[in-house]
Design a protein around this ligand. Structure first.
Ligand SMILES: [Zn+2]
Ligand SMILES: [Zn+2]
Ligand SMILES: [Zn+2]
Length: 309
C-alpha cells in the first residue's frame, strides 16, 4: 500500500516536471504542473505517515479499518493534517510553509481557474522540488521500497537538469557549504556539492554514497581514461591509491582519508606525490637516481618575475 502510494507520488511528480521542462510552457501546462506537484507532495507525506501506522491516513481515526483502506473507500487526511500528524506523532521537523503556499495556488487554480504568472508559478514549483528532494532524503522515504529508488533518481535528474532549478538550489545550499573546507563534484548531479567528510552526501541532489562506490564513480566520470595519465595518485597519508586533483580551491585531496594534500606536488620522474619545496620538480629519490646515472637535473620551476621598466 505504502509503496503503491509512493509510485503514484512519483507519477504525479514526473508529470509535473515534464509539463514545465519544455521550451514554451502554456498556462494550462503550468497549472497542471502545480496541481500535480501538490498531489505528489501530499502522497509522499501520506506514504510516510503510513510508516508510523496505516490508520493515520484516515481523517477520523475512529473510522479506520483495513477493509476500507484496501478498497480505497475512505476520507483521508488533508496535507495540513498529514504534516501535523507527522510532527506530533512521527516527531518530525517539517516546515510546511512551501506546501501551504503551493496549496493556496492549487486551490485558486482548481476552484477559480485563475490565471497565474509564469515567474510566480516557477518559483513555487522550484521551492517545492527542493522541499520534496530534502524531505525524501531526510526521512529516507524509500527505505522500505528500495526497488523504486532508481525511478526516483531518474526523475530527480530531470528536475536537476533545469537551469532555473540549478540556480535556485545552488543559492539555497551555498550557506551550508561554506562550513566545509573541501567540497568536490558529485558523480550523480555533477554539481560541486559533496563536502569531503566521513559521510559522503551531495547537498545539491542529496544522493548518499558508500565511499568505495563514490571513489569508483568519481574516477570513472571525472578523471582520465588514459592509463599513462597519472590522475589517481597514492595518498602519502593513508597510502591508498585515492589522491586526485579535484575542482575547487583545495584541489589535491584524498578521496579515501579526506586529507587535503596542499603541500604536495607530483614528481616529474616517478609521478608520485612528493612533499617539499613547491619549486622542486623531482623528488629526492629521483634526484639521487639522476645523479647516480649522470643525468641532468631539471631546472627548478622558479616563479616568473615581472620585467621592471
Ligand atoms: Zn549530487
Ligand atoms: Zn588518504
Ligand atoms: Zn620521484
Amino acid at each position: 500500500m505504502e509503496s503503491r502510494m509512493i509510485e503514484m507520488a512519483m507519477d504525479f511528480l514526473e508529470s509535473s516536471v515534464d509539463c514545465i521542462s519544455k521550451q514554451e510552457v502554456t498556462q494550462s501546462e503550468l497549472k497542471f504542473s502545480i496541481v500535480h506537484l501538490h498531489t505528489s507532495a501530499e502522497l509522499f507525506l501520506k506514504a510516510d505517515l503510513m510508516k508510523e501506522h496505516w490508520s493515520l491516513i484516515f481523517r477520523h481515526i475512529k473510522e479506520a479499518s483495513k477493509a476500507k483502506l484496501e478498497s480505497g473507500d475512505l476520507i483521508s487526511v488533508s496535507i495540513d493534517e498529514a504534516i501535523q500528524r507527522l510532527r506530533d506523532i512521527g516527531g518530525k521537523k517539517i516546515d510546511g510553509t512551501v506546501l501551504k503556499r503551493l496549496g493556496k495556488e492549487r486551490n485558486r487554480i482548481v476552484h477559480f481557474n485563475s490565471s497565474i504568472s509564469h515567474q510566480h508559478a516557477r518559483a513555487q514549483l522550484l521551492d517545492t522540488h527542493c522541499f520534496i528532494i530534502d524531505y525524501i532524503a531526510d526521512n529516507d522515504v524509500f527505505a522500505s521500497c528500495d526497488e523504486l529508488r532508481p525511478r526516483y533518481d531518474e526523475i530527480k535528474r530531470k528536475i536537476g537538469s533545469q537551469q532555473q532549478f540549478i540556480e535556485k538550489r545552488s543559492n539555497t545550499i551555498q550557506g551550508e557549504l561554506r562550513d566545509y573546507e573541501t567540497i568536490i563534484k558529485c558523480p550523480d548531479c555533477w554539481q560541486i556539492a559533496v563536502p569531503l567528510e566521513d559521510e559522503l552526501q551531495c547537498r545539491f541532489c542529496r544522493a548518499s554514497f558508500e565511499r568505495a562506490d563514490f571513489i569508483d564513480l568519481y574516477v570513472s566520470y571525472f578523471l582520465s581514461d588514459y592509463p599513462d595519465e597519472e590522475d589517481v595518485l597514492q595518498c602519502p597519508e593513508c597510502l591508498s591509491d585515492s589522491a586526485v586533483f579535484a575542482e575547487g580551491p583545495n584541489n589535491l585531496v584524498c578521496l579515501q582519508c579526506n586529507a587535503v594534500l596542499s603541500g604536495y606536488s607530483v614528481c616529474e620522474d616517478c609521478k608520485e606525490l612528493m612533499d617539499g619545496s613547491k619549486y622542486d620538480r623531482i623528488c629526492g629519490d629521483c634526484a639521487q637516481q639522476r645523479f647516480d646515472n649522470n643525468r641532468l637535473m631539471p631546472a627548478p620551476s622558479l616563479p616568473e618575475y615581472e620585467d621592471i621598466d
